[in-house]
Design a protein around this ligand. Structure first.
Ligand code: SF4
Length: 136
């Protein structure tokens, strides 16, 4: 799933800064952006290839791709639709089809039925303990 351009992200963003202060922003970004494949180039010194959604946030607007999750949690205030942990595996930021289970027979070919889709379910690394889900 390719990130939008900066202009597209700014055009769809919501008015208002996503965080009240730097601490809130650092906590959320530490949980997401600092381990996301989409901002990995910036962590490797290529800031110009970093995530444009962060730039939108730094411009005091809230990206449309950040969905309100837990408003009182420092670490899970938003769920970014483009988040992908750099340790999830795979070749890049594009989604890859789930491989067929070994030895599984297929009744019909999968390809015509598959289409690009956004994942709203958390990735394995983003699953948090229940006690953290009620953090004030
Ligand atoms: S895609 Fe989302 S989680 Fe990943 S770096 Fe960009 S804003 Fe952060």
């Amino acid at each position: 799933m390719t990130l939008p351009t900066y202009e597209q992200a700014m055009g769809t963003s919501r008015e208002g800064a996503p965080f009240s202060n730097g601490t809130e922003g650092e906590c959320w970004m530490g949980q997401h952006c600092y381990r996301c494949v989409n901002d990995k180039p910036a962590r490797e010194g290529r800031e110009q290839d970093g995530c444009v959604l962060i730039l939108v946030a730094l411009d005091q607007r809230t990206p449309a791709e950040w969905i309100e999750d837990q408003p009182f949690s420092l670490y899970h205030r938003y769920r970014c639709l483009y988040f992908r942990d750099e340790d999830d595996g795979g070749g890049g930021s594009e989604p890859e089809p789930i491989p067929d289970p070994p030895g599984q027979l297929a009744l019909a070919p999968r390809e015509p039925l598959e289409r690009p889709a956004r994942m709203f379910a958390p990735t394995a690394q983003d699953v948090r303990p229940v006690t953290e889900a009620v953090t004030p």
